[in-house]
Design a protein around this ligand. Structure first.
Ligand SMILES: [Zn+2]
Length: 222
């Protein structure tokens, strides 16, 4: 009888201590997350245009690669534009002000967990490296920028740091978001990389890894 009792107690103890281990596959880590991608420029606004390479076109290609990667990890992804048009969708009298206003409105309409504005930089030919900008008053923005930057620098080797800014798209939106300059079109070496589809996929992977890190840090116990 004593033996029986100790067996029951032992069994009960084991049942209490047993915690099922939930394995979340990497493909599910962005489940239920809504992300808006905002490929910068478009239409009459080419953005930076160097050696026959237009920024707006590459921003769109990188965003498509990113959409595919984020969706493969379970996220729901929307884009502010999916073709070579700005937000006004009129091919005359381009107005940066109208374009940006409509862009910010569209981002907030989706009520995303976060948005990313995708851009390419240009300066003198020796400048290079990716950089992530966050709205100066947003602590969450800073955390998100940091997570993405840390993953991007593994690929791009950038020596730049994250930076606060008051870019219109960051200050006019209510949603959490960052602006990513993926690299410099004005640098011949980076321009070569930024034109390549395989590099778009690599960028998509590291940016998605950064987003995952951001959400994981949010849900980690203090
Ligand atoms: Zn741009």
């Amino acid at each position: 009888m004593k033996k029986m009792m100790s067996f029951i107690i032992l069994f009960a103890l084991c049942t209490c201590l047993y915690k099922p281990v939930i394995h979340v596959s990497s493909s599910q880590l962005l489940n239920q997350r809504v992300i808006v991608l905002d490929p910068g420029h478009g239409g009459l606004d080419n953005g930076a245009s160097i050696a026959g390479v237009d920024e707006d076109e590459l921003n769109l290609k990188i965003s498509f690669a990113l959409k595919e990667e984020l969706e493969s990890r379970g996220a729901t992804v929307y884009m502010t534009r999916t073709d070579d048009q700005d937000m006004t969708r009129r091919n005359y009298n381009y107005s940066k002000q109208d374009d940006m206003y409509l862009r910010a409105l569209k981002i907030d309409e989706y009520q995303p967990d976060l948005f990313l504005s995708i851009h390419l930089n240009s300066s003198n030919s020796s400048a290079w490296g990716s950089q992530v900008f966050y709205y100066k008053k947003s602590e969450d923005g800073k955390r998100l920028a940091d997570s993405i930057h840390n993953q991007m620098k593994i690929l791009t080797g950038t020596r730049k740091n994250i930076s606060s800014s008051s870019f219109y798209i960051l200050r006019a939106t209510q949603s959490l978001g960052v602006l990513i300059e993926c690299g410099f079109l004005s640098n011949a070496n980076e321009r070569g990389q930024l034109k390549s589809r395989s590099y778009h996929k690599k960028l998509a992977t590291v940016i998605s890894d950064g987003i995952q890190d951001y959400f994981q840090a949010l849900s980690a116990p203090l």
